[in-house]
Design a protein around this ligand. Structure first.
Ligand code: SF4
Length: 426
C-alpha cells in the first residue's frame, strides 16, 4: 500500500512517525512523499497551542481534499478530541496516544497483512520521502508525564510517565547510526523522568549510550530543571555529549511559577545554572517562557524579564499564553487580554535575542566542530553548507565539495543576527 506520513509539533511526534515509517516498510508498504496518490495517511497531531490544534485539523482536511481515501489521525490533539477527529473527512479510525505504539501492527492485522518482526529492518535512514535526508535521529526514550503544570495539555494528552527500556533505546540508537546519522537526539515528553519508575535516572541512560554505542554526537532535548542536580553535569566531561541544555523556565517570578505548579523557583533555577556552568562554562543554555500567564501582574512580568536578562540564555522560545481546554490554568481568574500577552511576548523575545547575540559573539575567532545538515551548490567552484556546532550555534560556511552529514572543524569568523559565519579549517 502507498502510505503518506506527516506530523505536527514536537520532536517526539517526529520520532514516532519515523518509527512508524520503519514499521510500515517492514510490512512491505511503500512510504510516499506526496499525499496525492497515497491510499492511507497517518497524521501525528499536536495540541500544545490553539494554533497547533487548528493546523492539525487543517492538515487532515487537506489530505482528504488531496484524495487520500483513508486517514488515521493520532497524537495529542486527536487524543483530546477523539469525536471531532473521527468526524473529519475520510477518517478511517482515530488512535489515541496510549494506543499509538500498536497503530501499525493493528492496521496490518485489520488489513490481513502479516506483521513481520519490525526489528528485521534497521531504522532505515532512507529519509521519509519528501523530508530532508537526516543527519540527526530523534530517538524516543520516554513518554507521558506525572507532573501537572497548570498550563500544560501535553500531560493530559500523553498520560502517565513511562520509560522505554534501556536496551530498546540503545537498539534504536544503533539502528540510526547504522543508517548513517552522525548525531543522536534523545527525546521524550518529560525526558528527565526517564527511569524513575525503575529507580534509575536519565544519567544512567546517557552513560549507557556513551559507553555502548559509537554515537559521535549525543544531544539531549528539553529537560525539566527539577530532575537535575550538580552531579548530572559531570556527564559532560565526555566530549561526545553536546554542550547544549534546554531548560524550560516558563517564568522568572516565584508567584507566577507557583500558579503554574512548576517544581522550581527563580533561586533554584539560578543555582542549577551556576552548577551547570561550573562544569560546562560555555554550555549553550536555552529555555522556554510563557508570556501573559493568567493573573500575571506588571510587577511579575518585570521580575520575569529581569530574571531572563540575568540568566544569559543562548536563545529559546517565547510562547504567548494560550488557554488549553482541560487545563487548570484555562479556568483561572485574571485571564490577560491578548494584546497584552502579545506585547509581553515581544519584549521577552527581544531580551532573549539580545542575550543570544551576546552568547554568539563569545565564539568569534574560535574553532568548533560543525555537523552539516544542508548543502547548496553556489557555482561550479563551490558549495554553501549550513549546520550546527556542538553548542547548537547555526553556522554557514563555503566548501569546494558538498559536505552533507560530515563533521568538520570550522573557525567562527563572524556572529550574525541568526547564526555564525564560518571558515572550514583544512
Ligand atoms: S513537566 Fe512538562 S510535560 Fe509535564 S506537565 Fe509540566 S510542562 Fe507538561
Amino acid at each position: 500500500m502507498k502510505i503518506h506520513l506527516d506530523s505536527i509539533g514536537c520532536r517526539l511526534n517526529q520520532s514516532e512517525i519515523e518509527t512508524m515509517a520503519r514499521q510500515f516498510r517492514a510490512a512491505g508498504h511503500e512510504i510516499v512523499a506526496q499525499a496525492a496518490g497515497a491510499e492511507l495517511a497517518v497524521v501525528n497531531t499536536c495540541a500544545v497551542t490553539a494554533d497547533a490544534a487548528a493546523d492539525s485539523r487543517q492538515l487532515i482536511r487537506h489530505l482528504a481534499r488531496a484524495g487520500v481515501g483513508q486517514i488515521i489521525p493520532t497524537g495529542c490533539w486527536t487524543t483530546l478530541q477523539m469525536k471531532e477527529a473521527a468526524s473529519l473527512p475520510n477518517v478511517l479510525k482515530v488512535v489515541s496516544n496510549l494506543q499509538k505504539d500498536d497503530l501499525v501492527s493493528e492496521f496490518n492485522s485489520e488489513s490481513k497483512i502479516p506483521n513481520l518482526e519490525f526489528e528485521t529492518e534497521p531504522l532505515a535512514r532512507q529519509p521519509l520521502p519528501g523530508l530532508q535526508r537526516r543527519t540527526r535521529a530523534f530517538i524516543k526514550a520516554q513518554d507521558g508525564c506525572d507532573n501537572a503544570c497548570t498550563f500544560c495539555v501535553t500531560t493530559v494528552a500523553r498520560g502517565a510517565a513511562r520509560s522505554r527500556p534501556l536496551a530498546e533505546v540503545i537498539e534504536d540508537v544503533n539502528f540510526a547510526l547504522a543508517g548513517g546519522v552522525k548525531e543522536i537526539a534523545l527525546t521524550g515528553v518529560h525526558l528527565g523522568a526517564w527511569g524513575q519508575e525503575r529507580g534509575i535516572h536519565l544519567r544512567d541512560l546517557v552513560k549507557a549510550i556513551l559507553d555502548q554505542t559509537d554515537a559521535p554526537r549525543l544531544r539531549l532535548s528539553s529537560l525539566e530543571p527539577w530532575d537535575l542536580d550538580a552531579d548530572f553535569f559531570r556527564l559532560w566531561e565526555n566530549p561526545r555529549l553536546m554542550p547544549h541544555l534546554h531548560l524550560p523556565l516558563q517564568a522568572g517570578s516565584e508567584s507566577t511559577l507557583k500558579r503554574m505548579a512548576r517544581k522550581t523557583t527563580p533561586a533554584s533555577f539560578r543555582a542549577l545554572l551556576a552548577a551547570a556552568r561550573t562544569v560546562i562554562p560555555e554550555a549553550a543554555i536555552t529555555t522556554d517562557i510563557i508570556a501573559g500567564f493568567p493573573a500575571e501582574t506588571e510587577e511579575e512580568f518585570a521580575e520575569t524579564l529581569e530574571f531572563v536578562r540575568e540568566m544569559g540564555f543562548a536563545g529559546g522560545h517565547v510562547f504567548t499564553y494560550s488557554p488549553r481546554p482541560g487545563t487548570a490554568a484555562s479556568r483561572m481568574r485574571g485571564q490577560i487580554r491578548l494584546e497584552v500577552r502579545k506585547r509581553r511576548n515581544r519584549i521577552l523575545r527581544e531580551a532573549l535575542a539580545e542575550s543570544a547575540k551576546v552568547y554568539r559573539r563569545k565564539f568569534v575567532g574560535r574553532k568548533m566542530s560543525a555537523l552539516w545538515e544542508s548543502v547548496t551548490e553556489l557555482n561550479d567552484r563551490g558549495w554553501q553548507m549550513e549546520g550546527w556546532t556542538e553548542n547548537y550555534l547555526r553556522v554557514r560556511a563555503a566548501a569546494f565539495s558538498p559536505r552533507w552529514n560530515e563533521v568538520d572543524e570550522v573557525e567562527l569568523v563572524e556572529a550574525g543576527e541568526e547564526g555564525m559565519k564560518g571558515r572550514l579549517v583544512t
